[in-house]
Design a protein around this ligand. Structure first.
Ligand code: IZC
Ligand code: ZN
Length: 411
């Protein structure tokens, strides 16, 4: 058993459901708290200087020295398995080229597709293991990983196979998403419908059969996949038991958020350009908004209307969007700061966004996302006395001690 004592403030959302509206800002705050961990799970939590029953039998005692404790952070949107990098795009961007201009010219996602196809599975695996180490040290204990840089059967399956190996080899919980419909590959230029048909007929059945992904995603965007194509892909996935999520309204509002509502997708992601119709549909269907402020920052875009979403009762999650082209940062702490300053969410709302709501967006809410008895002991002790400090000191890594499945993985 592991006893963590002398926690200044233990702050956590409560319950295993997506928190919306006023619930988004409701965190439990226990002062002078202690947590007893057994077999990787939280056995009990106490406050006000009391120690849990059985604390005397703990083999390991960790003194939190009055630090803030929260659930491990959950990054519910990344494209972390990729070949190469795209730092060469920055001068083009600074000269005024837009994200979609670069893609249209055969760069952007397609540049990464070339490098990912050329990379061996082991090479992608080793590179991604390094990213997972970095994330764990930042206090992230669960992460989503999308395919989408293969864009053919062999290479999409290669990426998903890397996801499976990461989940087996690393302490991190890795949730795999099939994003074959991330861009139109050069072989299908001008034939997006034929590409979607090929994915649905040939690749998706293998993904489902071999359980290589629990979710299916589509990049629904101008010049990429339109609403009918996105609908076709996601409905085919739902029929085979995958859950739907969608890149919607990142650059242009073409109806992706409304489609998320129509299909009862688990989440819609980005939503920078989402307006009334999309938000109404999402609120009605209970779709989680996965917001990605690092992308707004890196692409020089406006920020998603998080306050309006919370006011309309849409549960909000915040993720990194880590990828080589539109957000090369995997630092979720930094995204949390942007949630505070740019989305104008409160520190409590931000914590809910990167814990329980992110867990719901990945279907992990029964196990992780809150500090409660019986949940997995994924706990971070922060070099901060409270959440206000954590969302304020952007750029530093304030994760002091990271506990994953009851094991201290960063001390
Ligand atoms: O590689 O540009 N938006 N997909 C949709 C991305 C960004 C990742 C990329
Ligand atoms: Zn993305």
């Amino acid at each position: 058993m592991l006893l963590i004592k002398n926690i200044g403030v233990l702050q956590t959302p409560a319950g295993s459901f997506a928190h919306r509206g006023p619930q988004q800002g409701q965190n439990l705050k226990l002062c002078n708290a202690a947590v007893l961990v057994e077999d990787g799970k939280i056995r009990s939590i106490t406050a006000d200087g009391q120690l849990p029953e059985g604390a005397g039998r703990a083999e390991t005692v960790l003194d939190a020295a009055c630090r803030l404790a929260t659930p491990g952070l959950i990054d519910c949107h990344t494209h972390m398995v990729f070949g190469g990098y795209r730092q060469g795009e920055i001068p083009l961007k600074l000269q005024g080229a837009g994200y979609l201009d670069i893609l249209r010219a055969g760069g952007g996602i397609l540049d990464t597709v070339g490098k990912t196809r050329a990379a061996a599975e082991d090479e992608l695996f080793e590179k991604s293991m390094g990213f997972l180490d970095e994330m764990l040290a930042l206090g992230i204990t669960s992460v989503e990983s999308k395919s989408g840089y293969g864009l053919d059967q062999e290479n999409e399956l290669k990426q998903l196979q890397v996801n499976r190996r990461l989940q087996e080899a690393h302490k991190m919980d890795v949730v795999s998403t099939f994003l074959g419909a991330h861009a139109i590959p050069p072989e299908y230029a001008g034939r997006a419908d034929a590409y979607i048909d090929m994915l649905c007929a040939s690749v998706l059945p293998i993904v489902a059969e071999e359980k290589l992904a629990g979710f299916c995603d589509v990049f629904c965007e101008t010049g990429v996949f339109d609403v009918p194509q996105s609908r076709k892909m996601l409905q085919a996935a739902q029929k085979l038991g995958l859950r739907a999520r969608i890149h919607a309204d990142e650059i242009d509002e073409i109806g992706g958020a409304a489609l998320a509502g129509e299909l009862c997708a688990v989440s819609a992601e980005h939503l920078i350009a989402t307006g009334d119709r999309g938000m109404s549909a999402m609120a009605e269907a209970g779709v989680i908004a996965d917001l990605l402020p690092g992308t707004s920052f890196y692409l020089g875009k406006t920020y998603a209307p998080a306050r309006e979403m919370i006011a309309r009762g849409i549960p909000v999650a915040i993720a990194s969007d880590f990828n080589p082209g539109s957000c090369p940062s995997l630092n979720l702490q930094l995204a949390m700061c942007m949630g505070y300053l740019k989305y104008r969410m409160t520190p409590e709302e931000v914590l809910t966004a990167v814990t329980v709501n992110a867990a719901c967006s990945l279907g992990l809410e029964a196990r992780v996302g809150t500090l409660e008895e019986g949940k997995q002991a994924d706990i971070v002790l922060w070099n901060a006395p409270d959440m206000e400090m954590l969302v304020y000191r952007f750029g530093s890594n304030l994760a002091e001690t990271v506990i994953k499945n009851g094991e201290v993985v960063k001390a």
